[in-house]
Design a protein around this ligand. Structure first.
Ligand code: HEM
Length: 264
């Protein structure tokens, strides 16, 4: 049974203990709050009830509130007593059995890898910037490196500075950004480019946390060079698009660092 208590647009508070109720014939499930990303549900299982083995496509957390139960997690048994907190990555096989009346909060949240891609609106906006990026791409990436080396001089040592001076690296990055804008809805077409770049990144010891630095520098450079054409809508779309591209590189580079075969 699902019973939505609240779908608020502002904060709300509730005392979980007052919300708990048990039924001998069914598991009580109360959705406290739900949006596009996350669902917070109170689950109450009377003594002896169980939720059979299943998986979720979303990441989950379980926080036991009262009673006693057993969570079976990929064959391992975990005792659920008040205060126990468990994180379950998406697709983990699990089951729950109540040895006494048992209540717990279940949070389900979307995770980035499950995202099939960016929204259609973002695709359309990013694609519409492709001609502009073809024309002014190198100006943008030249500015991007200027911003990045100024704000984060420590990354300079990873780069071949002669390729900066002769403009070849900004040109390569501009090509990659333009390629992404043109094929954002068909990442398969970028596979060989992603491979080349990812291998170069691994050779130069690029780390996942450095993607935020490149991202903020690139977005700022777009604003600086494109001026009025870098509307809020364009910047929002590119922020989302960059995050997805960064995820693709980070994932592939992690695989290369640990020497596993290619997956895109
Ligand atoms: C989505 C973001 C990124 C894109 C699209 C991108 C793109 C590229 C491209 C096209 C190349 C040239 C590859 C080749 O030689 O054929 C390259 C090289 C390189 N990238 Fe990235 N990159 C990104 C993020 C980063 C990050 C986060 C870092 C970390 C600081 C980084 C550091 C480097 C370095 C050090 C090289 C080698 C440049 C050299 O030899 O001077 N990149 N990247």
């Amino acid at each position: 049974m699902t019973n939505t208590i609240n779908s608020p647009s502002t904060y709300f508070t509730t005392t979980l203990k007052d919300t708990i109720e048990y039924s001998q014939t069914k598991t009580i499930s109360k959705v406290l709050f739900k949006d596009n990303n996350t669902q917070y549900t109170l689950l109450c299982l009377a003594k002896g009830r169980e939720i059979k083995e299943h998986t979720s496509t979303r990441n989950a957390t379980i926080t036991a509130i009262e009673g006693l139960g057993i969570l079976t997690l990929e064959g391992r048994e975990i005792i659920l007593t008040p205060g126990v907190f468990i994180f379950l990555p998406a697709n983990t096989i699990h089951a729950v059995r109540a040895t006494e009346n048992l209540s717990f909060m279940l949070t389900l949240s979307e995770h980035l890898q499950a995202k099939s891609g960016v929204s259609q609106k973002t695709v359309d906006i990013v694609k519409s910037t492709a001609p502009m990026l073809k024309k002014r791409g190198k100006q943008i990436t030249t500015r991007m490196y200027e911003i990045m080396f100024h704000n984060h001089p420590e990354v300079k040592k990873q780069f071949d500075m002669s390729a900066q001076a002769n403009g070849s690296q900004p040109a390569k990055l501009a090509n990659a950004v333009y390629g992404y804008a043109s094929h954002i809805d068909n990442l398969e077409a970028l596979k060989s480019t992603v491979e080349t770049i990812a291998h170069r990144h691994v050779k130069t010891h690029v780390q996942p946390e450095q993607y935020a630095i490149v991202g903020e520098s690139l977005l700022q450079a777009m604003k600086d060079v494109l001026g009025d054409a870098a509307t809020d809508e364009v910047m929002t779309a590119w922020t989302e698009a960059y995050e997805i591209l960064a995820e693709v590189f980070i994932k592939r580079e992690q695989q290369i660092y640990s020497s596993s075969p290619a997956v895109l």
